[in-house]
Write a protein of this length. Structure first.
Length: 710
């Protein structure tokens, strides 16, 4: 974004969004039409991970903050749920009414109150900092935040003992990079920069992904496996490595396996049951692809894997992750700089202060945990038995569950309950906000302070407000402070300022002076184990100190193996006969989940909701490129445009998400089709474990909705 206005100031900050890059930015503020506005956003040139560049989405962040449709005053519902009919009220009216309703429910049973949030901001202050204290003091149910990464995270913890991996900057030294379940051109542009450095120096890049993504097109090779078969591919690779070893070609690093791993004999027995032929058949790839990949992994040094969360959003996602995590251990890839694996670096930060989240404010009162990936079921549950009380109140912040939660038809049915009291903290009238009883206008990252850690690098970043809050907007933390005051609570933890929270987050574990002066500071735990990689000499965080490749009886985990998708020909042939197409729902390039969907310039680039189809599947159904289509299964219908191209392999379609329902062609989005069943580890959402059918559909008239065939 360029400008030619005289600047009032330039303010350093940090990107708040759910991306491993956690960029440092600079916001230029100028006087425009009688008010202060951010007129340009740019990456901070001095931050080594950002190196002056922002992604397309975040470079438009000022457009989002100054959007004409920003919520600038509290609103109270004055029509039926979902009608979008609201009237403005004062903060005092809103806070008083909300406090009275929550208090009345809490007197009956505070567990009937449920918070719902995720990564609308990754900030420790405006994310869960004050909110967590508030809900513990209230005695509300707790939320299991599983919707994105908990299957992979649980696998990483079970195998390596902590969430740590190859430093992102060291991928520049790799000579083979497997980009597995990831599209970094969209989701991690600064990793992609390092991968391009390696490529220019002669590295080979291989993308493992069902979709021929933007990243896959720029790699040397693309292995387009069937959705949910990553574990089978890893087992086939290991079998091919053993075949190489048996043929007399040194392949495995036996010294590394003996010194720094446990459970390899158990895993080796499981690998023995997975011939390359069997793995190729399950994955829908050729045996030659698996053998060539195994040869490259065994013979190239240094070799690394950038593993991301797309591959774990299926029934067997946790098992698959555990198997892939074994690969750098088998060949000793961890021994060399530029070798190993990165999935998450979030475990390489100091622990939050024990009292930061305010659990002590709950006292001895009981709790229950609601899984956010099964929100529809939770809202529709009548209560009783092991579930506990029926959900009577929902407080939503930093999320848009009507759009992003699976099986959204059930979510909407739950949100439509007239007896459900719903409060939404938001920037815009999202799909979820339409079902609120009260909408409270929240600040964006340009209007508040915060502190951030990352899951793609190891710096702590500080965000400074570039602007005063617009209109009557208030930071999340302030809203929860105000609600606490309206409830008559006087605990000092509930009155802590944002500055207090920033100082309390890590206490003395980080260099606060450097953070304040520079805007970022490297975590003191950034170096795990010995150089040149975190696990070059073991140092894993498991009880044994070794990478656990086999069973973990202490965690109730068997030896990892491949698990068929819930919805697949192998697991449910009858369902697959009715719905023969596997569907995954990767993000559209210019959206961040449902964030940025209403930013005009970005939505204009995406144009409209798309379903990518292989020409073979489209032709068989009489569908041409650009046609309006109905995508459906037993859970619902989704209307969008067909993009007939080579992005999809035969038998697989891609519903690019996550569009707001109200901005779609027929009032729904791709999550109308996904289900609420959970992954094998981490109880995560299995978004990419989904069968559908597709048929032509009448295009919507101008300003209207598509006509769905009866």
């Amino acid at each position: 974004m360029s400008h030619d206005l005289p600047l009032l100031r330039t303010v350093p900050g940090a990107c708040p969004h759910d991306c491993p890059d956690t960029c440092a930015w600079l916001a230029d503020v100028a006087w425009v039409d009688g008010q202060e506005r951010v007129v340009a956003m740019r990456g901070h040139p001095d931050h080594r991970h950002t190196h002056g560049a922002l992604c397309t989405k975040v470079s438009r962040y000022a457009e989002r903050t100054h959007h004409a449709q920003r919520l600038l005053t509290p609103l109270r519902r004055c029509g039926p749920k979902g009608s979008g009919q609201f009237e403005p009220v004062s903060w005092d009216e809103a806070l008083s009414a909300i406090a009275q309703r929550l208090s009345a429910i809490a007197q009956r049973d505070p567990l009937a109150i449920v918070p719902y949030s995720y990564a609308g901001t990754m900030g420790l202050v405006q994310g869960e900092g004050m909110a967590e204290r508030f809900f513990h003091r209230l005695g509300a149910s707790e939320l299991d935040r599983t919707i994105c990464a908990s299957a992979g995270g649980a696998a990483l913890s079970a195998t390596y003992g902590l969430k740590a991996g190859l430093p992102v900057q060291d991928f520049a030294h790799s000579r083979l990079i497997l980009i597995w379940g990831s599209n970094p051109i969209t989701s991690s542009v600064h990793f992609w920069t390092r991968a391009q450095e390696a490529k220019r120096a002669g590295a080979r890049l291989i993308c493992v992904d069902p979709r021929k993504s933007e990243t896959a097109r720029r790699c040397h090779q693309h292995i387009a496996l069937r959705p949910g078969t990553d574990g089978a591919l890893a087992l086939g690779l290991m079998h091919a490595l053993l075949e190489r070893e048996a043929a007399g070609t040194p392949t495995l690093d036996h010294d590394y396996l003996d010194r720094y791993t446990a459970g390899w004999p158990e895993l080796r027995d499981e690998v023995g049951r997975w011939s390359v032929e069997r793995a190729a058949q399950v994955c829908g790839v050729s045996e030659a692809e698996i053998r060539d990949l195994a040869d490259a992994w065994a013979s190239t040094r240094p070799a690394a894997i950038r593993l991301n969360y797309g591959m774990q959003r299926v029934r067997g996602g946790g098992n698959a992750t555990r198997l892939i995590l074994a690969l750098p251990c088998l060949t000793g890839a961890w021994r060399e700089r530029g070798g190993g694996l990165l999935m998450s670096s979030s475990g390489q930060f100091p622990a939050l202060d024990a009292r930061f989240g305010g659990r002590h404010l709950r006292g001895a009162r009981p709790t229950r945990v609601i899984n956010m990936s099964a929100l529809g079921d939770a809202l529709l549950h009548p209560g009783g038995d092991a579930f506990g009380p029926r959900v009577e109140a929902l407080v939503v912040y930093n999320s848009n569950p009507a759009a992003v939660a699976p099986d959204s038809g059930q979510v909407i049915a739950g949100l439509s309950r007239e007896d459900l009291f719903t409060v939404v903290l938001e920037h815009f009238r999202t799909d979820t906000a339409d079902y609120a009883d009260f909408i409270l206008p929240a600040t964006t990252q340009l209007e508040h302070d915060d502190i951030h850690k990352s899951y793609g690098h190891t710096d702590v970043l500080l965000n400074r407000a570039a602007l005063a809050p617009l209109g009557q907007c208030r930071p999340n933390a302030q809203i929860f402070r105000d609600l606490a005051r309206a409830l008559g609570w006087t605990e000092p933890e509930l009155a802590a300022s944002d500055s207090d929270l920033i100082a309390q987050a890590f206490g003395d574990a980080i260099d606060m002076q450097t953070l304040q002066q520079q805007g970022w500071v490297t975590s003191p735990h950034a170096s795990v184990g010995a150089a040149p990689t975190p696990f070059a000499q073991g140092g894993f965080g498991t009880p044994s100190g070794r990478a656990e490749l086999g069973a973990r009886p202490d965690l109730g985990l068997a030896v990892p193996t491949h698990l068929d998708n819930y919805e697949s020909p192998e697991a449910d042939p009858a369902l697959a006969a009715r719905y023969p197409l596997a569907m995954i729902s990767p993000p559209a390039r210019h959206f961040m989940n449902s964030t940025f969907v209403n930013v005009d310039s970005l939505r204009a680039t995406e144009r409209e909701p798309l379903l990518e189809m292989h020409p073979q599947d489209a032709t068989a159904r009489g569908i041409a490129h650009g046609d309006t289509v109905r995508v459906f299964n037993d859970r619902g219908d989704y209307v969008c445009r067909a993009a007939v191209d080579d992005h999809a392999r035969p038998g697989v379609v891609h519903g690019l998400g996550v569009w707001w329902r109200k901005l779609g062609l027929a009032g729904s989005n791709v999550n109308e089709l996904t289900h609420q069943r959970l992954t094998d580890l981490g109880a995560a959402a299995a978004f990419y474990d989904c069968l559908v059918e597709v048929q032509p559909c009448d295009a919507p008239p101008a300003g209207g909705r598509a006509i769905i065939p009866a």
